[in-house]
Design a protein around this ligand. Sequence first.
Ligand code: SAH
Length: 387
Amino acid sequence: MGSLVVQPRSRLFHGHEWVYATDVKIRSGDPEPGDVVTLKDVRGRPLGSAIFNPKSQIIARRFSFRRQDLDAEFFVRRIERAWKLRQRLGIDTTLCRVVWSESDGVPGLIVDRYGDHVVIQTLTLAMSLREDLIVEAIKQVFSPQTITARNEVAVRRAEGMDCEKKMLHGSQPAPFSLQTAGMTFQIDVWDGQKTGLYLDQIDNYSSVARWAKGKRVIDCFCNQGGFAQACAQAGAASVLGVDSSESALASAAVNSSSLNIDWKAANVFDYLKEAESKNETSDLIVLDPPSFTRTKGSVNDALRGYKEIHLRAMKMLPPGGILATFSCSHHISTGDFYTMIGDAAVDARRKLRLIDTYRQRADHPIILGMPETEYLRGYAFEIVGGW
Ligand code: SAH
């Protein structure tokens, strides 16, 4: 088995599980890309087992403090352990992220469950090479009807892999609907966004909807309209969902056929600009944009984009109005996000009071010491009237 000697003061010694190429002092044993390697400190003391890929800047990702192979038994054990955690969390496990990469000790493997159907992503070479073992383990634990791989994710390129989607078990399922917390969602494991749904937001719909009774609500970047549905059910006076994806809106309309919600296919930047110029107002605006940045380098551009939509949304909210806003990029820190919102508030001449905070659902667990695992931040602010 190959091994890497890790430089002192590497992030591995500070609670992180990644080894960057620059953290490696000595590489020995000639490991192949995708192999398991042993990590050691400069005194030769073992630091555990990691997956290795010299094509990536993150040359190794530790998955065990012991000497451990990635065999069939390993995957069954890790998946069962992750599944037991989800069952303890008190969330609806019918729609659920069962395995979330580093947070479940399987770096680069994502397993989402939509009832009898499972969707996986293999984002590291080591996981991709062991796809067969992973499929067998999932069959053993869940006996699903189908397993789909949705590997159309750019991060695979950093590992020297292509994007792809394919059936790994069963035949391609037709889109179907699932219910959770009284809401309905269309699950298209083949063509839906991400692996089918934004699972990380599910619990936040009802939290935001607490503010919705009697209010005029706009759900910006609504996708399948989770916030819109929950707000309509909570007794909103009117609800509008805006998204640029026609197919997401088509699903949203099916989900909410018994509710009174308007849907608009538009770029939210254009929509807000126009609404603001017409002096339109709203009582509750949800902003849940996609990640505007995938890299550290473009954080400033992303913050400019965030600020623009925040500024416009705030101008549409009278005193007492509520802004529920989310950022789903770990590159945007809490401090960056707050500062941006504060700057937008100053420009919009609004005073904001924080009334609630939100985060990714608990099936996307945060690992202390790995800031990348904490990526979804959300806040509800009330516009304070003159005092
Ligand atoms: N709120 C949604 C998730 C939003 S994800 C939920 O809870 O499920 C981001 C959404 O923004 C996607 O549906 C995508 O289609 C949409 N989108 C991306 N860029 C957009 C833009 N400029 N204007 C409008 N919608 C956009």
